[in-house]
Write a protein that binds this ligand. Structure first.
Ligand code: FES
Length: 338
């Protein structure tokens, strides 16, 4: 079998790929953590440059990797399959490089219906086995038939012995269907993690803009809990979007975060408010509400989590508002095929 050689610049690290393997799969298998999130061509976290050689861009989405970017030698490494030896350029995700990715069993400790279509599931981790992760990372639940489903960790790493996941009910969803119907406390699940390189960067004092749509609030909750525990002086502007009032789950918690620190502000935004919502707050697209309040993002870090269309729009519009490309951290929640 022909083995493909990949050289990573500027570090000079070398690793190999099997034919058909994506660059990201090959890097992770070699213990090299390139930036990544959705692994599905939707979030743009893995975007880098091909300096030499050719790739098949596979299932890269045109919204995430434009024709112009392809022509300029950019690629999504979660989708790009090298067609021969290649030289690539990417910023390494140094913050998670030494955190081991593990497979662990966990017991369902609590199931709490937080909204009509959101279940908050707390998993009890094995005793005497510290699970290390950074706020913003996610885990893959390892399910029957070899299926996996990704969920952001919503709890702070300081909550020892348990993690919290927010499960949105999807019609016909392989796991979310179980979570809302048959899953019960004390059931045993297995997961792999922590995964992803969207995590709270704390090597800066830049103010933070957080934008979450639906259960995209989950990783933001983990970051907010962490910032509060550390009594961070960084200003945090939290915008949470939902279609209707009933979709604004954890609204009370967000209000408590804002009440607990004068550095944190919270703005809920409804995109399809109806009279039944009895809503007098902000309306429209959540990322645009943030832009209305914060038209110059050049000094900010932005964390955006939710549906791919929202992440794409925020990436484009925040860049136009001056946000540097390398200060945009996103998690796009794609729907896995059954
Ligand atoms: S990890 Fe490649 S686009 Fe999300």
């Amino acid at each position: 079998m022909t083995v493909i050689q990949i050289r990573l610049e500027p570090s000079g690290q070398q690793f190999q790929a099997d034919p058909g393997q994506t660059i990201l799969e090959a890097a992770l298998a070699a213990g090299i953590t390139l930036p990544y999130g959705c692994r599905d061509g939707a979030c743009g976290a893995c975007k880098g440059s091909i300096l030499a050689g050719g790739v098949d861009h596979g299932k890269s989405r045109p919204d995430t990797l434009t024709e112009g970017e392809r022509a300029a030698g950019k690629a999504l490494f979660c989708c790009a399959v090298p067609q021969g030896d290649v030289v690539i350029e990417s910023r390494a995700a140094a913050g998670v490089a030494n955190i081991p990715v593990r497979k662990l069993p966990a017991r369902v400790q609590r199931l709490e219906r937080a909204a009509e279509d959101v279940m908050v599931m707390t998993l009890k981790l094995p005793a005497n086995d510290r699970f290390v992760f950074l706020p913003g990372q996610f885990v893959d639940l390892l399910l029957a038939q070899g299926k996996r489903r990704s969920y952001s960790i919503a709890s702070s790493p300081s909550r020892e012995g348990e993690i919290e996941l927010h499960i949105r009910h999807l019609e016909g969803g392989f796991f979310s269907g179980q979570a809302f119907a048959t899953l019960k406390e004390k059931d045993i699940l297995r997961f792999e993690g922590p995964l992803g390189t969207t995590y709270l960067r704390d090597d800066t004092d830049r103010p933070i803009l957080m934008v979450g749509g639906g259960t995209g609030f989950a990783p933001l909750q983990a970051m907010l809990e962490t910032l509060l525990e550390k009594e961070s002086p960084r200003p945090v502007h939290l915008y949470v979007g939902a279609r209707t009032r009933s979709g604004l789950y954890r609204d009370e918690l967000s209000r408590r975060f804002a009440a607990a620190s004068r550095n944190i502000s919270y703005v809920p935004v409804l995109s399809e408010a109806t009279p039944a919502c009895q809503w007098s707050g902000r309306t429209g697209l959540v990322h645009q509400a943030a832009l209305t309040d914060l038209p110059d993002l050049s000094g900010f870090d932005a964390y955006v989590c939710g549906a791919p269309a929202m992440v794409d729009a925020a990436r484009r519009d925040f860049a136009a508002a001056g946000l540097p490309e390398d200060r945009f951290f996103a998690d796009a929640f794609t729907v896995a095929a059954n």
